[in-house]
Ligand binder design. Structure first.
Ligand code: NAD
Length: 469
């Protein structure tokens, strides 16, 4: 393959590259270790390049956030795969039922072939390198489609993959939605899509034409549920961190809060205090990330204003910034919204920005009923210290993942699977589950030389008659 030729964007060109990758031999353990080492170098040797690229994509993206929420977890995932790879690849011994003794059985993890990975713009590094870690550890080649809204990150990933892995291992495709559609139509052996629920439906349809299995990492409205009487000082630090990280442009950000009506005032006071402490003067603050583009900025303002027009109480926590400065910087401060009607956009749609609807409840059961009356969320955040009640909430709700007394933290535990449920996604990756997702778990039966295959081979004797009766 000519390393100088950038991958073309048309369907025939993408298909030709897929076919070239598919024709290559599956890698052994040593080769996979080399690939993972290449991925690690892409992070460790280019930290500043990544910070600069993501900054260029967002206009303003906190360097700390890029390190903390992208480079650090990406590297942790790679390191875990490096440590665990030999164990993951080892054939797993399985039991054989008494009737087939002394035969044995094993499950052999095997690469699938070529994986497709579609990446959104909000965490372009972590959401490209995370799935790549799983796919390469499992011994697949991969093609990656980056988002048209993060072109600097896309160009950097293309250059670094070529440099550290080579075009015969990973190929990166950059381009607009037409390119993405052509990409989703390729006959991959597995396709992992991270993005919106709406686009996830089209991707699954395109994959169905090839019978390509999909992992869909989608979005939705993730609730934060605060149990009655819980200490607000323990809630709000992590709530503000989870909502304001990347200015709310996080798939697992707490989308809205359910608080007991008696605790509402305490919550509001603490939110006002801690938001100002966390990001004073957000317009000028380099640690507070901008909204990715004007269209999303306008959308969020429209939704905020619509809620106000429909009678909601809207409180912008500008923390010292003027509206003009915020607009110029394309920054939106944390904005509290109370009593928005059910048909308003902020109550119906995934917000994906720093608008925070707050819903007061009278009984915890009603709060749970509210959650269960809506789409199954990607994440649920529960603030409570009562173990039995925590157990009840965990059993009584269905969500992609849960952090108790914190936000986001379950996502960065490499030993936990990550994935949504229902409209928030299907399948898992991260850690072992990521390896398994990109592997064919091949069952193998080893007949014993001492067995006479008595059960299956005709003529069927008395043992079979007795067994079946
Ligand atoms: P998006 O769905 O608009 O785009 C995601 C990717 O799909 C981009 O690379 C885009 O080029 C591509 N794409 C667009 N149209 C396509 C089509 N018709 N066929 C194939 N590919 C297409 O999402 P976004 O705006 O980039 O990201 C925000 C969404 O992603 C939010 O809903 C968020 O919750 C979700 N998200 C989920 C996770 C997760 O891990 N579950 C992580 C981050 C973001």
């Amino acid at each position: 393959m000519d390393p100088a030729s950038p991958i073309g964007n048309s369907l025939p060109s993408q298909l030709a590259h897929l076919q070239q990758l598919a024709a290559l031999q599956p890698p052994d353990y040593a080769t996979r270790r080399q690939w993972l080492a290449g991925l690690a170098s892409i992070v460790t040797e280019h930290q500043q390049d990544w910070i600069d690229a993501v900054q260029a994509d967002f206009g303003c993206r906190s360097a700390v956030e890029t390190r903390l929420a992208e480079l650090f977890p990406a590297l942790e995932g790679i390191r875990l795969a490096q440590r665990k790879l030999a164990g993951w690849m080892r054939p797993q011994r399985r039991g054989v039922s008494f009737w087939f003794w002394p035969a044995t059985a094993r499950v052999l993890p095997q690469p699938l072939g070529v994986a497709g990975i579609i990446v959104p713009w909000n965490y372009p590094v972590f959401l490209a390198l995370g799935p790549l870690t799983s796919a390469l550890a499992a011994g697949n080649r991969a093609m990656v489609k980056m988002s048209e809204l993060s072109p600097h990150s896309g160009a950097l990933l293309q250059r670094l993959c070529r440099q550290y892995l080579g075009d015969d291992v990973v190929q990166v495709v950059n381009g607009d939605v037409a390119v993405a559609q052509a990409f989703a139509a390729l006959p991959f052996d597995h396709l992992l899509f991270t993005g919106s629920t709406r686009v996830g439906r089209s991707v699954m349809q395109a994959a169905a034409a090839n019978l390509t299995p999909v992992t869909l990492e989608l979005g939705g409205k993730s609730p934060a549920l605060i149990a009655p009487g819980f200490d607000m000082r323990r809630v709000v630090g992590s709530l503000v961190a989870g909502k304001m990280l990347n200015a709310g442009q996080t798939c697992v950000a707490p989308d809205y809060v359910l608080v007991h009506q008696d605790d509402r005032e305490a919550l509001l006071a603490e939110l006002r205090r801690q938001a100002a402490l966390a990001y004073p003067d957000p317009a000028a603050n380099p640690d507070y990330t901008a909204i990715i583009n004007q269209a999303h900025f306008d959308r969020l303002q429209r939704w905020r204003d619509e809620a106000a027009q429909l009678g909601a109480r809207v409180e912008v926590l500008a923390a010292g910034s003027s509206e003009a400065a915020l607009n110029a910087a394309r920054k939106l401060p944390l904005t509290l919204i109370e009593n928005a009607p059910a048909h308003s956009a902020v109550m119906r749609e995934e917000i994906f920005g720093p608008l925070l609807p707050i819903i007061s409840y009278d009984k915890l059961g009603n709060a749970l009923a509210y959650i269960n009356a809506h789409d199954r969320p990607l994440a649920l955040y529960l603030y409570d210290d009562k173990r039995r009640r925590i157990g009840k909430v965990l059993q009584g709700t269905i969500a992609g993942g849960v952090s108790v007394n914190d936000t986001l933290m379950h996502v960065v535990q490499d030993q936990l699977p990550f994935g949504g449920v229902g409209p928030s996604g299907m399948g898992h990756y991260h850690g072992y589950e990521g390896f398994a997702t990109f592997s064919k778990m091949k069952p193998v039966f080893y007949q014993s030389r001492f067995a006479g295959a008595v059960l299956t081979q005709p003529p069927h004797g008395k043992l079979v008659q007795w067994l079946l009766n």
